[in-house]
Design a protein around this ligand. Structure first.
Ligand code: AMP
Length: 217
């Protein structure tokens, strides 16, 4: 099977990370999650991490230039060539979408599909309230819907789980506002290019997965 190239778009808490993990597990596709990469940089206390965190903790977007450079570096890897990619959380602005088109043209790759995961925005505030994440491998848990086997520890790598600082309700509201303003136009950008599939994210993760991959795997 040839590698697939997908973009997942959707508001925070809609299940992009969950779907990216399923795609990676089942198809071997390399996940590139801009949010996870920023959090790893913050954890490692790099200059990029410190800079990014000053925006992330307020629920704002990290500036385009920094974000594009960080993602382009990872997209240009041999591993991505071999395994394909699922982009989770990137592109989030029209400028990032343009930059991605240019980069893919340079790499002679094209997107198989862009998925817009859609849900009532009130639902995601509740979902995010119980979300726990692994700071090392990025695995996502939920206090009620998907608790880890041992309380507070990642099933995959034993790292302690944390609630994200930016999952606090007031920051979530700002992230949703930013999503509507900056990322909704990206959905229309891909719709105009015939690449978009809208999926109701209120379905089970398995049903969402089936719809994401239908006809391309
Ligand atoms: P996420 O884990 O995708 O919800 O991302 C967490 C935070 O990282 C966002 O609220 C932004 O502050 C920042 N971030 C992630 N991806 C991007 C992006 N593509 N452009 C700008 N900021 C981003």
């Amino acid at each position: 099977m040839s590698p697939i190239h997908l973009v997942l778009i959707g508001p925070p808490g809609v299940g992009k990370g969950t779907q990216a993990a399923l795609l990676e597990e089942r198809l071997g596709t390399r996940t590139l999650s801009s949010g996870v990469i920023f959090r790893q940089e913050i954890e490692a206390e790099t200059d990029l991490g410190r800079l990014a965190n000053s925006y992330i903790k307020r629920g704002e977007l990290v500036p385009n230039g920094i974000t594009i450079e960080m993602m382009a570096k990872r997209l240009r890897s041999d591993e991505v060539r071999r395994r394909g990619f699922v982009l989770d959380g990137f592109p989030r602005t029209l400028r990032q979408a343009d930059a991605l088109q240019e980069l893919l043209a340079e790499m002679e790759l094209h997107l198989d599909r862009v998925v817009s995961l859609e849900v009532d925005l009130e639902v995601v505030v509740a979902r995010l309230a119980g979300r726990l994440g692994c700071t090392k491998c990025g695995e996502i848990y939920h206090a009620a819907n998907k608790p880890p086997g041992r309380e507070g520890l990642c099933d995959k790598c034993d790292t302690p789980l944390l609630m994200r600082e930016d999952d606090r309700p007031e920051t979530v509201r700002e992230r949703l506002r930013v999503f509507k303003e900056n990322t909704q136009p990206v959905v229309e950008f891909y719709e105009a290019r015939g690449l978009l599939r809208r999926i109701d994210a209120n379905q089970t993760p398995e049903a969402v997965y089936a719809s994401i991959t239908e006809g391309i795997v």
